[in-house]
Ligand binder design. Structure first.
Ligand code: FES
Length: 219
């Protein structure tokens, strides 16, 4: 079945704004989506005194929504202070396009998080933030899980009520995710995406992600 895209999404896909690589950029990041393997690269010029994003370009190695969300995200952050961009929610690019099919909501996560990654690199370079040592807590786990979209509902697993349990026991982390009985087809995909996000956190813990339904365990 064909996915339904808004006119604005189609417009940004067919006529992407700010496409390419910025000459003389002072911030850059390439981020991949664990959900599908697509990637996006951003190059930015950030004014080191005012911390305003003065220019930005992107290159996409992904689907139509990857292109459209990255394109609109560049427009949304242009002229903004980096602290305001850091506060942006991961669904804002999708919302600005008038919505995306649920299975494509992770493209918006990638588009926004890619820009935030470039800002993080910039801030490290100018000494505004330290190289963060990840402290794994229940809160940091929940924040990570907010980047994983339920492919059927297009809402992150935390807000969708899928996180049944998180337990950190010394070096061991247990995450229990609950799905509806008819959602088994999504189990492997969600499991892999959670694991890949955990790897990106450079988490050295032993991790067990269990996906269960009301009728028994999927994974
Ligand atoms: Fe994964 Fe679009 S970025 S399908």
């Amino acid at each position: 079945m064909a996915l339904k895209y808004t006119e604005k999404t189609i417009d940004h896909f067919t006529k992407p704004r700010n496409l390419g690589t910025l000459e003389g950029a002072n911030a850059e990041a390439t981020e991949g989506s664990p959900a599908c393997g697509d990637m996006v690269n951003y190059t930015l010029k950030i004014n080191p005194e005012t911390l305003i994003i003065e220019d930005i370009k992107f290159r996409s190695y992904g689907c139509a929504s990857n292109i459209a969300t990255a394109s609109i995200a560049t427009e949304m952050v242009l002229g903004k202070h980096i602290d305001d961009v850091k506060k942006m929610g991961t669904t804002e690019a999708a919302n600005e396009l008038g919505g995306l099919p649920p299975v494509k909501m992770h493209c918006s996560v990638l588009a926004i998080n890619g820009i935030k990654a470039a800002i993080r690199e910039f801030e490290k370079k100018i000494g505004r933030i330290q190289d963060e040592k990840r402290v794994i807590t229940e809160k940091s786990m929940l924040n990570m899980l907010k980047n994983v979209m339920h492919p059927k509902h297009g809402v992150n697993l935390v807000e969708n009520g899928n996180i049944l349990r998180i337990k950190i026991d010394g070096q061991d982390i247990y995450i229990v995710i609950g799905l509806e009985p008819d959602e088994e087809i999504f189990a492997a995909n969600i499991h892999d995406e959670v694991m890949e996000h955990l790897e990106a956190m450079k988490c050295t813990h032993e991790i067990m992600v269990k996906i269960e339904s009301k009728t028994g365990n999927f994974i």
